[in-house]
Design a protein around this ligand. Structure first.
Ligand SMILES: [Zn+2]
Length: 348
């Protein structure tokens, strides 16, 4: 059985193996490449890669936390394929994740509950599979960041760089096609070198997080001091309909991180970016809540001062200053939950 699963991984790939085992997989013995890179399935959709010559970077690349966001899953699948086929020389430790295989097999964003609200312990006291899966993913990530490479110490330094890119695609189109969400940094300064990495990855729109959250990327940045980010790479499409050309830059830069090669960056300059901060959270206060925008309005669409953006039992939200924009509008959330964010441009 064990050899079989590793054979499926090698022959059919990480995505297909995950598809065929949506609930779980027992931890498998590692496969070792001719370059002594160890590749080990820890669970379904969770794959640990450890090089023989470790450069001190611990990199988590996650996808499919929302099951229907297929482009990131395909990116992860291709990176794993290149590693298995020894087309990439691995220098970083890498944990690859396909987050929600059950929802993926249903072509759904989620089965019971949005998993990207369930991290950082918010899965506690919940019994459904997304809560259990979030808990397991937290466990694997904790082990990953807390374990030093078995293959030896980092040459010349004790410091380890922890990175986490949680790759997504968005439900609706965006005025800025790709953007990253920088989780609330808990008082730490915003790291401009990370923003330089995004610019080099063809992502120049950044939304700065304003408070703790149940997202996967806030979990890694808060708990492990990782540079963790939610990365939105465009619009949701079914498997097979994504154009790899749309993801050339981010894929190339992830490959460079895996290989330990430098990423071409340019010194941070506000002018190169659209930086947004959150001004207001649109909380759905009652069943009479209504968003006064059309179904297909793009993320980051801005409004004139005085525009009645929402109606609700408490009077709703009226735009206070021209230029306020909306992100992640979604009326169909339970009362008490966030139905969108009002954001404004900022500088660092
Ligand atoms: Zn998503």
């Amino acid at each position: 059985m064990q050899t079989q699963l590793n054979n499926i991984l090698k022959q059919k790939g990480f995505l297909q193996l995950t598809r065929e085992n949506e609930q779980s997989i027992e931890k498998q013995p590692p496969i070792t490449t001719t370059k002594n890179t160890s590749i080990q399935l820890l669970d379904t959709g969770v794959l640990l890669v450890e090089p023989s010559d470790y450069n001190g970077t611990d990199l988590v690349i996650s996808s499919g936390v929302h099951g229907n966001e297929t482009a990131p899953i395909e990116i992860v699948d291709k990176l794993v394929e290149k590693i298995i086929n020894e087309k990439l020389t691995v220098s970083s430790r890498v944990l690859f994740i396909i987050g929600n295989p059950v929802a993926m097999n249903q072509s759904q964003r989620f089965d019971v509950e949005n998993m990207n609200r369930l991290f950082n312990g918010k899965h506690q006291d919940k019994d459904h599979h997304e809560a259990k899966r979030a808990e397991r993913l937290e466990h694997y990530v904790s082990e990953f960041y807390n374990t030093r490479a078995s293959s030896g110490s980092v040459s010349g330094t004790d410091s380890v760089t922890r990175l986490h890119y949680d790759l997504h695609t968005a439900i609706r189109p965006s005025k800025y096609k790709k953007f990253a969400i920088y989780p609330f940094p808990d008082g730490k300064p915003w790291d401009k070198s990370q923003l330089e990495f995004f610019l080099s990855s063809d992502i120049n729109t950044i939304l700065l997080g304003h408070q703790p959250a149940g997202t996967f990327s806030y979990f890694t940045s808060h708990q492990f001091n990782a540079h963790g980010f939610t990365v939105e790479l465009g619009k949701v499409k079914p498997f097979g309909e994504n154009d790899p050309q749309d993801f050339t830059h981010i894929t190339r830069n992830l490959e460079r991180l895996i290989e330990g090669k430098p990423v071409d960056t340019k010194t941070f300059d506000n002018q190169d970016f659209n930086l947004f901060q959150v001004k207001h959270e649109l909380l759905k206060q009652s069943e009479s809540f209504k968003l006064n925008i059309s179904q297909d309005v793009e993320n980051f669409t801005s409004f004139e001062q005085g525009y009645q953006l929402t109606d609700d039992a408490d009077g709703g939200y009226q735009v206070e200053a021209t230029g306020e924009a909306i992100v992640f509008p979604n009326e169909n959330v339970p009362v008490g939950q966030r139905a969108g964010l009002v954001v404004v441009k900022t500088r660092l």
